[in-house]
Design a protein around this ligand. Structure first.
Ligand code: NAP
Ligand code: MG
Length: 462
């Protein structure tokens, strides 16, 4: 795999300040495939200075010009989509068809949506005797995880560019090659020097230096709740804007009138896609007592059929963590009906698609984010019971409701404490705001709501 041995700062690849490196490992065969520099505070400082210097000119460009640059970026992502998919497959382990459709495909949709929004958004509004201007927040520090390595970068960088902000990105240590490829694409798209900067490195070193830097006006973070809480505290102390996209433990609520086979089948696929490493995955399946045994049989069958369509987990640590959760589920009395903690292959960080039955709402596997291919089937007695269970975690990122009648599903969804709900398997919409209630986060990404995160208002009175 191609790797740069420098940082992308101020429009060029520059040597890192130090000599530390990060080895990139292919999780499917555990082989090292590349090395990238591990940046530190000095690299972050150089990148933030470049972003600050580029801010006045970029903030002053006409929205149509910013839209043209984002459209050009989208076009480069389209032209290089095979290379993107191969890179994500090499460092994340996702099967190639999934990388092509989702890891390469979704960022193209999102970049395209922001090319449109940059051109059409009302950056100026009349309110009574005032004119209200939506101005860029300034320099953005973006910290992203590895599970959707390009999507999570584009979901921050595209709206930040549309708003007129400049950016320093610290991507996950496990997936830096995708981030380097993205930096190449930004360069090819003709985005001016300093507007986008990339520093690869470790979270507690480069990530923390970015979150703490005085020259950063907004920290946008996606990842674990533990790190998010820390970043929120740092930002709060500095009176700095912050956006946090954190974990989830979403419920898939199957009401008795639903098409049970479809709801269970789509529900299992939703969890197994990306090997369960999806923050919005519906990892708790809620089924009415009268249909419970049938749902368990359908889920076990769907999981067992998964075969080679499931990739490995991202690294050895996640592999051990997820297998530990499965052992914990067994120890707490849940019943394994598919998969289990044993590694299905000798090489690679694989976990078998796993289904737990007889899960009760307070069990660890029903409360904590496992981030692996594990779905828990929970029995409910009536609708109020289902709602109590659905809302009974610290998270509120996503969810699903299935019913024979759409209105019945909508009525239930409106009572859920969560940011996004798919009704009867609803399709992904790149313009719909995405983000969490409760401890799943602060702020929204995607669409016009995602753009507003990068804007602040100035009112002039007449
Ligand atoms: P993480 O540590 O929160 O990583 C997210 C990003 O934050 C990475 O770029 C990481 O760098 C960086 N980071 C880590 N510590 C930091 C610090 N002290 N200051 C600033 N930045 C820091 O998540 P993870 O270790 O990759 O995964 C752990 C768990 O988080 C998973 O099991 C899962 O439950 C959850 N998770 C959730 C999402 C989501 O989309 N909501 C995504 C990924 C993970 P490094 O890459 O160097 O660690
Ligand atoms: Mg980490």
């Amino acid at each position: 795999m191609k790797a740069h041995d420098g940082m992308y700062i101020d429009g060029a690849w520059r040597p890192a300040a130090g000599r530390d490196t990060i080895a990139v490992v292919n999780p499917a065969d555990e082989q090292a495939i590349a090395e990238v520099p591990a940046g530190g505070a000095e690299d972050i400082d150089a990148a933030v200075r470049a972003a600050r210097a580029a801010l006045p000119a970029w903030a002053a460009t006409a929205p149509a010009e910013r839209a043209a640059r984002i459209a050009a970026l989208r076009d480069v992502l389209v032209a290089r989509k095979d290379e993107i998919a191969e890179t994500v497959t090499a460092e994340l382990g996702a099967p190639l068809p999934f990388s092509q459709a989702v890891h390469a495909g979704v960022p193209i949709l999102v970049a395209g949506s922001y090319a449109g929004l940059a051109a059409s958004y009302a950056f100026e509004e009349k309110v009574g005797n005032s004119t209200v201007y939506a101005e860029p927040v300034g320099v953005v520090g973006a910290i992203t995880p590895w599970n959707y390595p390009l999507h999570q970068i584009v979901a921050k960088v595209a709206p930040a560019l549309a708003a007129g902000c400049t950016i320093v990105l610290k991507p996950a240590e496990d997936t830096p090659l995708t981030a380097q490829l993205f930096a190449e694409a930004v360069h090819e798209a003709g985005v001016p020097a300093g507007v986008f900067n990339l520093v690869t490195g470790l979270g507690p070193v480069a990530g923390q230096a970015l979150a703490e830097h005085e020259g950063v006006d907004l920290v946008s973070f996606t990842g674990s709740t533990a790190v998010g809480r820390k970043i929120g505290a740092t930002a709060g102390a500095a009176v700095k804007r912050v956006a946090l996209e954190l974990g989830g433990k979403s419920a898939n609520v199957i009401l008795p009138s639903a098409d049970l086979a479809k709801a269970v089948g789509v529900g299992v696929a939703n969890v197994m896609g990306n090997s369960g490493q999806t923050c919005s995955a519906w990892t708790r399946m809620l089924v009415h007592a009268s249909q419970y045994d049938e749902a368990v049989a359908l889920a076990a069958e769907a999981a067992a059929k998964y075969g080679d369509r499931i990739g490995p987990l991202v690294n050895a640590k996640q592999h051990a963590r997820v297998r530990g959760y499965i052992e914990r589920g067994v120890a707490e009395g849940a019943r394994l009906v598919a998969g289990g903690p044993e590694a299905p292959r000798e090489q690679g960080y694989f976990v078998s698609p796993t289904v737990f039955a007889d899960v009760t709402p307070e069990m660890t596997v029903a409360q904590e984010e496992i981030f692996g291919p594990v779905v828990s089937l929970i029995r409910y007695e009536d609708e109020d019971d289902a709602l109590r269970i659905a809302n009974g975690t610290v998270y509120g990122l996503a969810g699903a409701v299935w019913a024979g009648d759409e209105a019945e599903a909508v009525a239930f969804a409106r009572r859920m404490d969560t940011g996004q709900v798919d009704i009867n398997g609803g399709r992904f919409n790149p313009l719909a705001p995405f983000g969490g209630y409760k401890q799943s986060g602060v702020g929204r990404e995607l669409g016009s709501h995602g753009l507003a995160e990068y804007l602040q208002t100035k009112s002039l009175q007449f």
